[in-house]
Design a protein around this ligand. Structure first.
Ligand SMILES: N[C@@H](Cc1c[nH]c[nH+]1)C(=O)O
Length: 418
């Protein structure tokens, strides 16, 4: 029975010991990259009013959110997505700012998805949002930032797939599809279900040319040349503009030196309806899920009262950790702690020594030796708990210096540490 209270609910888990150390280090390093691109931190609340994430915003479906009530009867949700919260903050705190705003965050999201294949319901996102910039240069910057972060994490082989929400939207607009049909078609194309697309499109009264592009859509992916061929398939202005934007984007990414990391997919559509322009996802070996997702959302901030274009990305740290571990890429953590172990008689000396070392920036674990345990027990303990060395204060004026990396023991005098 007591075992039961040790369990966590399906979809959430404890992260501890070296895994936790590696996760935080990874997040810190990538956060550093975001700082190098000029992004400034923001923290938003873990739960917000349901309205921030409702259907109109275009985030996830209501049934996938964790909802609850406050004592006044307001419906609250655990944030399933951070972009709408940032849009709210941009409208609230930067209302009159006309120039670009760069915000970044490391926060958890909560999605009540079905529990298949151990999918996590709480994940950490390392995100960046660039508001008040509608240029293709901003699109390129966010993609370059994503690539820089993934390279910094140690990944070598990954691809960033880029789509353009407007390509599909332009065609759907021309076909005069109902909202529901658009949604159906979106799912079929996203799943590359050619038969489904054919069945749906054939039942509609649209030109042969338009039908053909819809049928081709799930196949319109690959390198930049595939985009050029897609241009001959339609005269739809919005769709053509979408391709031109992608071509320009590619040119800029080549300037960044990142051309080889990107491919294009005009059939890529997102479950998030707030995307208005480019959308992208990063994939690598070792996990089927995207390790980063992002896109342009030019209409979302307006819903909170500020007319501002925006683009952002979220790197999903948990997925990235899985990929790194399956690719055997190390996140190098150091065993940086020193253990000062002392007998009661030497308490003052031990405390003073620990303070002295801490003032010098060393991590010190201070421990009174329990006679029940021998020195070997403490050495084993140190190895499991990230300790590089033990200073055992045993006798007057004698310190045993134990190096846990080499298992060597040397004697030192008190004065050696003054
Ligand atoms: N919020 C998106 C990622 C994103 C950040 N900015 C724009 N898009 C997600 O959770 O997938």
């Amino acid at each position: 029975m007591i075992e039961k209270i040790l369990h966590t609910p399906e979809g959430v888990r404890d992260i501890y010991n070296s895994e936790c150390q590696r996760k935080l280090l990874l997040e810190n390093n990538m956060h550093q990259v975001m700082s190098l691109y000029g992004f400034k931190d923001i923290q938003t609340p873990t739960f917000e009013f349901f309205d921030i994430f409702n259907k109109e915003r275009g985030t996830i479906a209501s049934k996938e959110m964790y909802k609850f009530f406050d004592r006044d009867g307001n419906t609250l949700v655990l944030r399933p997505d951070i972009t709408p919260s940032i849009a709210r903050c941009a409208a609230k705190y930067y209302k009159d700012e006309k120039l670009p705003i760069r915000l970044c965050y490391t926060q958890n999201t909560f999605i009540n998805n079905t529990s298949y294949q151990g999918k996590l319901k709480e994940t950490t996102q390392l995100g960046a949002e660039l508001i008040n910039d509608d240029t293709v240069e901003a699109d390129a910057e966010m993609i370059a930032l994503t690539i820089s972060c993934l390279l910094d994490a140690g990944l070598k082989e990954f691809q960033l797939e880029i789509g353009q929400a407007d390509f599909f939207k332009g065609l759907a607009e021309e076909a005069k599809f109902e909202e529901e049909e658009v949604e159906q078609l979106r799912i079929l194309i996203e799943n590359k279900n050619l038969f489904g697309v054919e069945a749906l499109v054939s039942s509609k009264d649209i030109t042969k040319e338009l039908k053909e592009v819809f049928l081709q859509l799930p196949k319109l992916f690959g390198n930049i040349e595939n985009l050029i061929s897609a241009k001959t398939m339609t005269k739809n202005e919005r769709a053509l503009k979408a391709i031109e934007r992608l071509e320009e984007l590619y040119d800029i990414l080549v300037t960044y030196g990142y051309g080889d990391y990107v491919t294009f997919d005009l059939g890529m559509l997102s479950k998030y309806n707030y995307y208005t322009g480019i959308i992208f996802r990063a994939y690598t070996y070792g996990t089927g899920d995207a390790i980063a997702t992002g896109g342009r959302y030019d209409n979302l901030v307006r819903q909170f009262g500020k007319d501002a274009p925006a683009i952002g990305v979220a790197i999903v740290t948990n997925q990235l950790m899985i990929a790194l571990s399956r690719q055997k890429i190390e996140i190098p953590i150091e065993d940086r702690n020193t253990l000062i172990l002392y007998e009661t008689d030497y308490r003052s000396f031990a405390i003073n020594l620990a303070t002295h070392f801490r003032n010098d920036g060393m991590n010190v674990e201070l421990l009174l030796k329990n006679p029940v345990h021998d020195i070997q027990d403490y050495m084993n303990y140190g190895k499991v708990h990230g300790i590089g060395g033990v200073l055992y204060i045993k006798e007057d004026n004698l310190i045993k210096v134990i190096d846990l990396q080499t298992d060597t023991i040397k004697d030192a005098r008190f004065k050696d540490f003054e």
